[in-house]
Design a binder for this molecule. Structure first.
Ligand code: ADP
Ligand code: ZN
Length: 516
């Protein structure tokens, strides 16, 4: 049967989603394929359909047993011969799968990666006429990623043994992971690569530096009274207090976090799913399995963990395609917290470096000077982005040459031995005569009072942007004292310049401050 007939008759879809058809064609024609699609983009069709067109059996390797079982059940209901070999099987189920293989009926065989560890499984797969290997969640092969599965490393060997094409799928798009997938699954031979569908054109993107964060969220929600929305918070305590704040402001709001009883959590999930105009204030524990098409907005009261988390969390808005709004708040405390979570984690150094890089990508987006959508999709590898739906397209950021300000700040950091935090450093720049200043003798530094062209808030914005550009980092071993990174060297040496946003850094209107 031709692909479009199968699409309609077996899968019940009227047409392909953007990107699906090219991937299906490439897989059907036996090319090695790496497809990068966002979660919910419709990856499974891209190997299930070719499995029906091609002769022989398609082996599907997936890390999630529950997901495999779901897919097998759905395929069977649609009349497709599919089976799974996983540790969750009953003996009868396993027997049935074997029978279908023996009769030459089976089209899709789902197996858990652990199975690949046994030589018996390899031998079995060699005998049964496998014509294609489909690898779901292919980023599990990446040792520096968060979902590393050692058994995924065996897939390359499986491909060599069977000598059949591989179609690999993932939603993780950073360049390092992609390269690792190509090296480990395809022996470094570039497969046909497809990257598609990351844009969600109906979602408006906006970031704002934390000013009075609680009020910023209340204002944002207040302008959307009666619409369903999610507020993500960094801590459980905050979900409760912010939900209360929203209720006091006349909203219908509930909190949700991982510390609640399963029953209470289900109660919130069910109400959110069924009711219109409910706001859920939650930690990231909320979202998996939420399938509400008409979420009109998503706000982050705290900075998400990485650019991937950000994308996934805002992506819960506007699944119905109608306009949806987002707002993400961030401040120096968020950056400090996220950095220390990475530094204090147990991950090996290489992975920590990768996590810092992922955080940097998000901070780059937060401090962006031009179109956020272009920047976000650029991170996922998509080019030729049409936007017009982000705060910076609405109103371009006013930028100024911040090189001088950054050099002054770096100088204050270096001249005090990289032992101080923002508060004291700003006091130095402003020439504030504090107890600590005299005690440390910092009023004698050449940097003392050289930054009076800005006020305290403006310097805070400079420091925040410097953290955002990864020019300085808090050192967890020095109580969060700010230290310069290598990236700042060219600016310090006068070899590079940097633009900063002016929105939060208007020149002090009353002219330079004078010491009291
Ligand atoms: P993921 O990429 O996360 O694996 P799935 O393959 O589970 O996504 O697909 C996500 C949803 O999109 C499913 O509900 C699926 O039925 C639906 N879907 C996939 N392809 C199409 C299509 N061509 N037309 C309509 N719906 C589709
Ligand atoms: Zn834009």
């Amino acid at each position: 049967m031709p692909a479009d007939t199968l699409l309609r008759d077996i899968f019940g879809f009227d047409g392909f989603r953007p990107g699906q058809e090219e991937i299906v064609d490439a897989v059907v024609s036996g090319q090695n394929v790496l497809a990068i699609m966002p979660t919910g983009g419709g990856k499974s069709l891209c190997y299930q359909l070719p499995a029906l067109v091609r002769d022989g059996i398609t082996v599907v390797i997936s890390p999630l047993i529950a997901l495999m079982r779901d897919q097998v059940r759905a395929l069977r209901e649609a009349g497709v011969e599919a089976g799974a070999l996983t540790s969750g099987n009953t003996d009868e189920e396993t027997e049935e799968v074997w029978q279908a293989i023996e009769d030459g009926r089976l089209k899709l065989l789902y197996i858990a990666p652990e199975r690949l560890a046994s030589g018996a499984a390899l031998g079995m797969l060699r005998r049964i006429g496998v014509s294609l290997i489909a690898v779901d969640e292919a980023h599990c092969v990446s040792q520096w990623g968060h979902d590393f599965r050692p058994d995924y490393l065996r897939i390359g060997e499986l491909r060599r043994t069977l000598n059949v094409p591989i179609a690999a799928f993932t939603a993780t798009a950073d360049a390092e992971t992609r390269e690792e997938i190509i090296n480990r699954l395809f022996d470094g031979q570039a497969p046909a690569t497809f990257l598609h569908g990351f844009d969600r054109p109906n979602i408006h993107l906006a970031f704002a530096a934390k000013d009075s964060p609680r009020k910023q969220i209340l204002d944002f929600a207040g302008a959307r009274l009666g619409q369903s929305g999610i507020v993500y918070c960094g801590t459980r305590a905050k979900t409760e207090s912010l939900a209360k704040g929203l209720r006091d402001a006349g909203h219908n709001a509930l909190h949700y976090h991982g510390g609640m009883d399963p029953e209470d959590r289900r109660f919130v999930e069910t109400r959110f799913q069924r009711e219109d105009g409910l706001i859920v204030v939650a930690t990231v524990a909320f979202g998996m399995g939420i399938d509400k098409p008409d979420i009109r907005w998503v706000a982050h009261a705290d900075l998400p963990k990485s650019i991937e988390s950000y994308y996934q969390e805002i992506g819960r808005a506007g699944r119905d395609g109608a306009p949806a709004e987002t707002l993400t708040l961030f401040g120096p405390e968020d950056i400090r917290l996220r950095r220390s979570q990475i530094d204090e984690g147990l991950a090996p150094p290489e992975r920590r470096a990768a996590d810092h890089a992922r955080l940097n990508a998000l901070l780059g987006l937060a401090e962006a000077l031009e179109c956020r959508r272009t920047k976000l999709l650029g991170y996922f590898g998509e080019t030729e982005v049409k936007c017009g739906k982000c705060d910076l397209c609405d109103q371009p950021a006013e930028v100024f040459d911040g090189t001088e300000a950054v050099r002054k700040a770096l100088s204050a950091i270096l001249r005090t031995g990289e032992w101080f935090g923002t508060g004291h450093l700003i006091d130095i720049l402003l020439g504030n005569d504090t107890e600590r200043m005299r005690q440390k003798g910092h009023d004698a530094l050449p940097t003392f009072g050289v930054g009076r062209e800005y006020d305290k808030r403006q310097w805070q914005a400079v420091f925040r942007q410097m953290m955002g550009h990864d020019l300085i980092r808090p050192d967890p071993e020095r109580h969060g004292a700010l230290r310069m990174t290598d990236d700042a060297l060219p600016i310090l040496k006068g070899e590079a310049s940097i633009n900063l946003r002016r929105d939060t850094i208007r020149k002090a209107s009353k002219g330079p401050r004078v010491k009291a």
